[in-house]
Ligand binder design. Structure first.
Ligand code: FPP
Length: 230
């Protein structure tokens, strides 16, 4: 076994699915499922920060999610404000937060002003932390990211043939984000849904029947075990 590899910090990327089903099973409105999902994310952050996880990336809201019923969208947005407001907890766990999504200054951006403010404030308030990096994908979609990277790469070259893998990588939203080691999807779904398509090249995939609000430390350890398995 390669010890150096075992000790290097791992990048987990989670597609947090099944909040609606979690709520339905309990006879609760879908919004309650999202509330429980946000609370569980805070717990997952704490657990991952205490493991050998260097990078945790979560799919909070996709470019495709805007078509959900307005009341549900409003609720999920308020939960993002709550998440980006968890500064004390993030600092206590030495977690630095970042955001990935359509840049605010692009015409296609849909991130409302109050979320932009919450994101920028949280980035600023946790910038000094040196432990795990939590990247929240909001108004994120891989195709939009890759299309933009291809356009920017092409713009900086005389001929299309000069465009390289490294060039495209350098024009992703967060070029410094390391490759994903394991991509997780909860709730019995095994689709990737336009999430980190470039960054998951070579990643393991962990699919579980558990809904996101029930995704716990044991599940995290199962996903981490996959990274070390050959
Ligand atoms: C999927 O559940 C979840 C999402 C739409 C995105 C993730 C949102 C959360 C975990 C809640 C808030 C989180 C943050 C990051 C602030 P679903 O509605 O698709 O569930 P279903 O498939 O059972 O209907």
């Amino acid at each position: 076994m390669d010890m150096a590899n075992q000790l290097s910090p791992i990048h987990i990327a989670c597609i947090m699915d099944g909040n609606g089903r979690w709520a339905k099973r309990r006879g609760l409105p879908r919004t309650e499922g999202h509330t429980a999902g946000e609370e569980n994310l805070a717990e997952v952050v704490r657990v991952c920060a205490s493991r050998n996880v260097g990078w945790l990336t979560v799919f909070g809201f996709s470019t495709e999610n805007w078509v959900r019923p307005p009341a549900e969208v409003k609720h999920i947005l308020s939960l993002h404000k709550k998440l980006f407001g968890r500064i004390e907890e993030l600092n206590a766990n030495n977690v630095r937060i970042q955001w990935i999504g359509r840049p605010f200054d692009e015409p296609s951006s849909k991130t409302p002003g109050f979320i932009q403010k919450a994101i920028l404030q949280a980035i600023d308030d946790t910038a000094h932390n040196t432990g795990m990096v939590l990247t929240v994908a909001f108004d994120y979609g891989s195709r939009a990211e890759l299309l933009r990277a291809a356009q920017l790469s092409r713009a900086s070259h005389l001929t299309a043939l000069d465009v390289s893998v490294d060039e495209i990588s350098s024009h992703l939203y967060l070029p410094s984000l390391p490759p994903v080691d394991v991509v997780v999807r909860t709730s019995g779904e095994s689709r990737i849904s336009n999430f980190m398509l470039w960054q998951i090249q070579g990643a393991k995939a962990y699919f579980t029947e558990r809904t996101w609000p029930d995704f716990d430390a044991h599940e995290i350890d199962n996903a981490l075990k996959l990274v070390h398995a050959h």
